[in-house]
Design a protein around this ligand. Structure first.
Ligand code: MG
Length: 307
């Protein structure tokens, strides 16, 4: 079930912001965001995508306020890190199969063992597309631990998708890989149960988080949304699933989020408003601490009445 915030332009989205802040007050708390379609507008090709500057600035501010701020993407971790460019964030890439923190990379060993299989399978799909005369406009992206074929620019995306999906299934079956899909993409991944959901479960456990907000826009984010729901249902973690919605949003995404935001520009504003709200909360806490110390820490003489 999804519930929309204020969809007008210009103002932040008060309800979405309030619900995020409420979860993020369950310290230690973390905020995790997808990149493409969430903080970066979908571009004709992956190389052309640019992260919203407002989102970048907000993530940097949030990193100073929260126990954990992470980026989780289907892109390679180092590519995500270069795109977002905020130091100190954890960049989870290839849907959880690798992580980079300040340029230091960790890769899942099982996924590393499939690098050659991924490369060969992508070549096979490319050859099938050429043989069928459907290679025009395809972008084949080898991300080492996974591979993506983008057909957004194909003259007939539907025909391209059918061909790519079938070729991917053949290649995956022959090489022990698995196939997933997203918006105008078919992906090849190692046969290992790692996705954005397992990545979120792991980070919540590792950091002992009590609150988690996850923002995403596509089918591969649904794994993350389901994980946050399940963590919340177990009762020990506050969680909120934020869907960034556009004309291509798959129904599976809207069905598995708690709140929605219309597009990446509005998402950047929401992130900024969350940082503002946490700043205000922090200021209020500081003011309270300065002007009204709790009785246990007060000067014992302060309450004397002269008697
Ligand atoms: Mg995305």
């Amino acid at each position: 079930m999804s519930e929309s915030g204020d969809r007008t332009d210009g103002e932040p989205l008060p309800e979405v912001v309030a619900r995020c802040v409420s979860v993020l007050r369950s310290a230690p708390a973390g905020l995790v965001t997808d990149i493409d379609g969430t903080i970066s507008a979908i571009a004709p090709t992956p190389a052309e995508a640019v992260v919203e500057s407002g989102a970048r600035a907000a993530l940097a501010r949030l990193a100073g306020r929260l126990a954990y701020v992470g980026v989780i993407s289907g892109r390679a971790a180092l590519v995500g890190e270069a795109m977002v460019g905020v130091p100190g964030l954890t960049y989870v890439g290839n849907h959880g199969m690798e992580r980079s923190l300040n340029g230091v990379l960790w890769e899942h060993p099982m996924a590393v063992s499939q690098v050659d299989a991924i490369r060969s399978a992508l070549l096979g799909i490319g050859e099938a597309a050429v043989a069928a005369g459907l290679d025009d406009g395809l972008v084949v992206e080898n991300k080492r631990l996974s591979g993506t074929v983008h057909y957004r620019l194909a003259p007939d995306p539907l025909a391209a998708r059918g061909l790519i999906r079938a070729a991917a299934e053949r290649e995956a079956a022959a090489r022990g890989l698995r196939v997933t899909e997203g918006r105008f993409i078919v992906e090849l991944r190692p046969m290992v149960r790692i996705d954005k959901g397992t990545a979120i479960v792991d980070l919540v456990a590792e950091r002992a988080l009590k609150g988690i907000v996850f923002l995403g826009d596509d089918l591969t984010d649904v794994d993350g949304f389901v994980a946050v729901r399940e963590l919340r249902q177990r009762g020990d973690v506050a969680g909120l699933r934020v869907g960034v919605i556009g004309p291509e949003t798959p129904a599976a995404v809207t069905a598995e989020v708690d709140v929605t935001i219309d597009g990446v520009v509005a998402c950047a504003r929401v992130l900024s408003a969350i940082a503002d709200a946490l700043d205000r909360a922090n200021d209020v806490a500081n003011l309270r601490g300065a002007s009204a110390p709790p009785p246990s820490s007060a000067n014992p003489n302060a309450g004397a009445t002269g008697g």
